[in-house]
Design a protein around this ligand. Sequence first.
Ligand code: DAH
Length: 340
Amino acid sequence: MNEHLKHIREEIDAFSTTSAEEVDKFRLKYLGKKGILTALFDDIRTIAPEKRKEFGENVNTLKKIVQEKVEQLRQTIDNNRSQKTEMLDLSRPANSLSLGSRHPVSIVMQQICQVFEKIGFTVTEGPEIEDDWHNFEALNFPPEHPARDMQDTFFIEKNPDIALRTHTSSIQVRIMENNPPPIRAICPGRVFRNEVVTARSHCIFHQIEGLYIDKHVSFADMKQTLLYFAKEMFGSHIKIRLRPSYFPFTEPSSEMDISCDICGGKGCNLCKYSGWVEILGCGMVDTNVLENMHIDPDKYSGYAFGMGVERMAQQLYKTKDIRLLFENDIRFLKQFQSLC
Ligand code: DAH
């Protein structure tokens, strides 16, 4: 072997590493396209014919040595890796997982329920798929009554008696059917309306219904309860106003506005520049409804109210577009982590 090849052989023998990357570099250095041994193979043509055979054999030997060395180093590195895995400390505490957060709508629903629970209301739920009796008829919406058009309903094609509930007022009926007065209930739930999705309204949203039935319950009791609620939710600076309205299941009926907390009453696009935002409908339970439920209207009276949770969340979190509450974009939801 000539001096040059001997020198290469010494270099090859001296090489050692524990890094897979270095092994690759080593292989390329000798056997790559521009590698040292590859170049020597090309040189064969320039060698005197009588020496060609020996030179070729020597370069071939070096090539085999490099290949074996690469193979052996790779094996050692692989073995070390699997040994390391076996030595993993399984008793070590796991890396902490990043936690999700509760949805702003759930947070607000819980907050509202808690405000009413403090004054003796009990949380009750009901089914999302309802029949005509619970969603309409028992609530004094007779068939063909135009008030049914107030709520665009998703009916089930095969059975017009079944619908997705359009409001949580249907839960009122179920409560009165199953419990004698006195009743104090708060009913959160998801409701459905066949409406176009815009920045202000959605076809699926959440409501919370309230029902209070006892002897001598008056409109003033309702007003005071709702004022307490508004101040607990939005702060003691909040004002309320009741406007006369119409619902088939309450008489008299009202809608309640709160002073807009986004603009402080000055006027903005959320309050349509009026300084007030409507947050709920309410009224004294209609005597027809009490009679439907076999509750004697001469003995008992009561009030009911129903509010939109998303509207409330928009006010609390100053969210202008209701759709943000349905898209489940993590970047939006993350902001509520600290409130959970
Ligand atoms: N159910 C009504 C709606 O979805 C809201 C409502 C109004 C509920 C008046 C009530 C009430 O209990 O008394 O628009």
